[in-house]
Design a protein around this ligand. Sequence first.
Ligand SMILES: NC(=O)c1ccc[n+]([C@@H]2O[C@H](COP(=O)([O-])OP(=O)(O)OC[C@H]3O[C@@H](n4cnc5c(N)ncnc54)[C@H](OP(=O)(O)O)[C@@H]3O)[C@@H](O)[C@H]2O)c1
Length: 332
Amino acid sequence: MSERRLRWGVISTSNIGRKAVNPAIRASCNGDLLAVASRDEARARAFSEEESVPVSYGSYEALLDDERIEAVYIPLPNSLHKEWTIRAAEKGKHVLCEKPLALDAAECREMEAAAAANGVKLMEAFMYRFHPRTEKVLEIVRSGAVGALKQIRSSFTFLLTRPDNIRWDPELGGGALMDVGCYCVNVSRTMAGREPVEVRAMANFRSPGVDGQMAGTLRFEDGLLAHFDCALTMERTEVYHLMGTGGHLRIQNAFLPGTDDAIIEQFDMEDNLTPLTVPGADEYRLMVEHFADCALNDRPVRYTPEEAALNMRVIEALYESARKEGAVVAVK
Ligand SMILES: NC(=O)c1ccc[n+]([C@@H]2O[C@H](COP(=O)([O-])OP(=O)(O)OC[C@H]3O[C@@H](n4cnc5c(N)ncnc54)[C@H](OP(=O)(O)O)[C@@H]3O)[C@@H](O)[C@H]2O)c1
């Protein structure tokens, strides 16, 4: 138990807050969930009763005006991340904001500047990076146990049946790449340990700017290729493969492994499999505890807004390529 505990507020009654992040804050060793805000007062009140959150507010502004709140978790539609992050920072609140941090790299940098100007922490909530399995995979890759990486393949797809979901809305920053492909881009860059120089992508757009399905490639300077696919229109897949000159790793249930023990499948060059087991963990809880520790003790966050901007820069290039029917686009 940490001596000081961070006082959190959550902005909106989102599904992901209800399912994963609010419970993680409540279970954390160094934080308490004090308040919830909704655009709708009755919804906020019902949420606070159902989820045992002490205080409810019928507007996001009202929560930001509560001086007891030290940090906010923002699980709003993507197009609202920038506005509410900046407004929270200006009220002196630390911000853990959902992925993707913003609509583009420029927005990420505006948010970073607001956080810096107000002396608060800002981090993008890519929770899978806090799972000990992800850390173990990185350690294996960096140790050279699979040789030099030659190819990365990743996939994140699921079937979104609700037509009114925020992920289909062009005004709210919808799209498969924004929603799930962003994990593929993130894991490719993280495992490569460097930035791609160019990309190409093909997509099926549901409406202008909103891809239901995308397949793309990131090319790194030394020839490493990272292929990915993502979709809101297919059955669930969640996997990445790291192919090296000395073997390869396959990570299934890659981003949402749950809290059971997690497996890393390591193959040698003859395709012999050695499974490694990593003890299960709640990646959401590890993320919020890290963030609270940074906020309480003024430590740097492990994944900076600049890192989020680099991810968004690749996403922007992929959308440009998909709009141009797969043209090669440089990552600026
Ligand atoms: N890290 C993860 O595992 C994970 C998983 C899923 C989603 N996410 C991210 O979390 C964010 C929210 O996703 P979600 O699936 O939880 O969404 P959601 O259930 O639709 O929640 C979004 C919330 O935003 C509020 N909101 C404000 N303006 C809105 C508008 N114009 N239209 C709709 N809602 C509006 C609503 O709350 P009030 O009405 O109460 O104000 C709504 O409940 C997204 O950025 C998504 O990428 C992350």
